[in-house]
Design a protein around this ligand. Structure first.
Ligand code: SF4
Length: 312
């Protein structure tokens, strides 16, 4: 069996920053509970690890005692959550990925200019909920090309008469989003599209999968089911015509998946730790005669500074 290790894979700069922030917060506030609003990143192994260290992951701020330490996850939060944290005098550490914050700022800027934002994203995702919260009355969420058709047919409000801008979730499929954007441009030629919000890490991991799929029979994507960018990696491998499995850990590997398969690509979503990739490789090594090739499709050197509140 030949294993092609996609590179880049796994942790991105935003996830590294969030996890480093959480590690520092846990040691800095060792006599207090550190609360995190939502999962720090969408990976069940990472969340379990920190929960075992005493970190409490919460879905609302209600149960958090006044004055506690609270971290916002890499996916960001709405202004309403920030205001609630302020009302409760929580000590906030903001681990929102700077690339997500950039989209929040763009939503605010367009809303202040009287523009209506068409935002492409997945309903209910933490990042999407936080971003929409920046200007709930001035933003419309769409996810598919048929949603664009629904906008065209809509008369209340009449999108054809509005000044429109298009922004998007950072972890979407580049190719699927491109089709939605082209459809928007066809129907609303004046729509402003300031740039590509799909982040560098998402794009690079997707491109690596696209390239390696040409040389593979099957793909293993390490990542959790609720990780948007991990799910996109599986979809992209499938779009290229190979079977792809999304797994949280090496114990989920079923050896029968590889019967009659010669080349297996392994990649990992931006929130999936490298030690799980290593465990998957080890599992295959123990059961097959393997040759491993690390295939670098692009180099990444992005590093984000830590939240300033950790310096005080
Ligand atoms: Fe930031 Fe992109 Fe990583 Fe999300 S996937 S945390 S936007 S770098």
């Amino acid at each position: 069996m030949r294993i092609l290790l996609a590179n880049p894979r796994g942790f991105c700069a935003g996830v590294n920053r969030a996890l480093q922030s959480l590690r520092i917060a846990v040691s800095k506030f060792d006599n207090q509970t550190v609360y995190v609003y939502h999962e720090i990143v969408h990976n069940s192994c990472v969340v379990r690890h920190y929960a075992e260290m005493g970190v409490r992951f919460v879905q609302s701020l209600e149960a958090i005692p006044v004055g506690s330490v609270l971290m916002f996850s890499a996916h960001g939060v709405s202004p309403e959550v920030r205001r609630e944290a302020e009302r409760k005098s929580l000590q906030v550490i903001d681990a929102t990925c700077p690339l997500v914050s950039q989209v929040h700022r763009a939503v605010r800027r367009y809303a202040e200019q009287g523009c209506h934002v068409i935002y492409i994203g997945h309903p209910g995702h933490d990042e999407v909920v936080g971003t929409i919260g920046e200007a709930p009355g001035r933003i419309t969420l769409i996810s598919t090309e048929s949603d664009v058709r629904a906008l065209v047919e809509s008369r209340d409000p009449n999108y054809a008469e509005m000044r429109l801008a298009c922004l998007m979730q950072t972890t979407l499929s580049v190719s699927q989003t491109q089709r939605i954007v082209e459809s928007l441009q066809r129907h609303f030629p004046k729509i402003e599209i300031p740039g590509k919000d799909i982040c560098y890490a998402t794009q690079n991991r997707q491109e690596a999968v696209r390239q390696l799929a040409r040389r593979s029979d099957t793909a293993i994507v390490v990542g959790s089911a609720n990780s948007s960018n991990s799910r996109r990696l599986r979809e992209i491998a499938e779009e290229q015509g190979i079977i792809a499995r999304l797994i949280d850990g090496a114990d989920e590997i079923d050896l029968s998946w590889f019967t009659g398969r010669e080349t297996v690509m392994i990649t990992a979503g931006a929130s999936a730790p490298e030690y799980i990739v290593e465990a998957c490789v080890l599992r295959l090594k123990e059961n097959f005669d393997v040759r491993i090739e690390d295939v670098v499709t692009c180099e990444e050197h992005v590093v984000f500074p830590l939240p300033t509140s950790l310096n005080s």
